[in-house]
Design a protein around this ligand. Structure first.
Ligand code: GH3
Ligand code: MG
Ligand code: MG
Ligand code: MG
Length: 345
């Protein structure tokens, strides 16, 4: 949005020259666009603005005014009602129609007409205030100052909103992440599993899940200390992340020294192949383990694959992979075992 990008203030050729340093110093970067066909009025308004330290950008008709508005994004528009091409009300309506949400530029009408109906029509068209010609310099200066103040508050509000958005995005990211390994956390995994399960259900595609558990991790911690245990988990986490190739796949820390790899659109045989690669990648890390039979850290993996159907829940897939993991442990660890039962090849 034009207004929420403070770095861009002053972009656009006519305005970046017109709203120069003096205006910035005196009024905090107020840019005023004056759309007025009468040379006398234009000269008077420009003079009054310059006295306030604001260098005006001038347009002599409605179309030129709209062009300059788009080019330089003014903070304030002083708009004559009677113009040679389109009238001021129409200019205001077009400006309002083009504004995005949160985007708003104060428009003050300048007119010789003073009836209540004219005032009502101006506000209806999108104007914010009315100045009656011939201008009273004191009233003019007061209204310009008031409008500039509102515009600056609007800018500040947009900036704060923008910062809040960024903080929220970062919070969202952090709330989905495991602090130790940087992988997805359990919460995010559960949500992704449910979402992918639904997606694959509608397309009759298999979902594979790899449940991975570090072997003999308690003795690893006991002999080398918790900090080194943490470092070991981080390295294993990176090895798992390395296996993730498509946006729909997810490597997560399921809890403690257990990890999960969610592999949608992956058949049972593909999943077993991936599991063997993951196991072997952990082996290649060659993390010394003084109390493991093979002298280094290893991973056991349970693999389950199912095509979702109304009788199956994603929790059932987790239970199947868990059961296969239990078998991998019992069969000697450092291996991948596939869950028994069909579906999803
Ligand atoms: P198995 O081969 O059967 O899996 O045995 P194990 O020793 O790996 O399993 P067990 O469940 O007995 O021990 C898991 C250990 O993981 C115990 C716990 O202290 C450790 N652990 C869990 N979370 C963390 C962590 O965040 N950091 C560290 N350093 N250790 C952790
Ligand atoms: Mg006029
Ligand atoms: Mg465990
Ligand atoms: Mg373990």
């Amino acid at each position: 949005m034009r207004k929420s990008e403070p770095a861009q203030t002053g972009r656009g050729t006519p305005c970046s020259q017109a709203a120069g340093g003096r205006a910035r110093e005196a009024t905090g970067a107020v840019k005023a666009l004056v759309i007025e066909d009468s040379r006398t009025s234009q000269a008077m308004i420009s003079h009054l603005l310059r006295e306030m330290g604001i260098e005006p950008v001038q347009a002599e008709n409605g179309h030129r005014g709209l062009e300059l508005y788009a080019e330089c994004g003014p903070d304030l528009i002083l708009l004559d009602v009677v113009l040679p091409d389109i009238d001021g009300f129409d200019v205001a309506r077009r400006i309002r129609a083009g504004e995005g949400s949160g985007d708003w530029t104060p428009i003050v009408f300048l007119t010789g007409r003073t009836s209540d109906a004219d005032l009502e029509a101006g506000i209806e068209a999108g104007g914010d205030d009315y100045l009656v010609k011939p201008l009273n310099p004191i009233v003019f200066a007061a209204k310009v100052r008031a409008m500039s103040r509102i515009a600056q508050m609007r800018d500040k509000l947009l900036e704060t909103t923008h910062q809040l958005d960024q903080v929220n995005r970062e919070l969202m990211r952090l709330s989905a992440m495991d602090g130790l390994t940087g992988l997805a956390n359990r919460r995010h995994f559960d949500a992704m599993l449910r979402a992918e399960w639904e997606r694959c259900a509608s397309r009759r595609l298999p979902v594979s899940l790899l449940m991975c558990d570090v072997d003999f991790f308690k003795p690893y911690n006991d002999s080398l200390g918790h900090l080194q245990g943490d470092e070991c988990l981080r390295r294993i986490g990176s090895a798992l992340q390395f296996s993730v190739r498509r946006p729909c796949e997810l490597a997560a820390r399921y809890g403690g020294e257990e990890f999960a790899l969610l592999m949608p659109e992956t058949t049972a045989s593909q999943a077993v192949e991936i599991a063997e690669t993951v196991r072997s990648n952990v082996e290649k890390l060659q993390i010394a383990h003084p109390r493991a039979p093979k002298g280094q850290v290893s991973l056991s993996i349970g693999v389950a694959t199912r095509v979702p159907n109304p009788e199956l829940s994603p929790e059932r897939l987790v239970a199947l992979a868990d059961k296969a993991l239990y078998l991998a442990k019992h069969q000697g660890r450092d291996r991948a075992v596939q869950a028994v039962g069909g579906g999803g090849t």
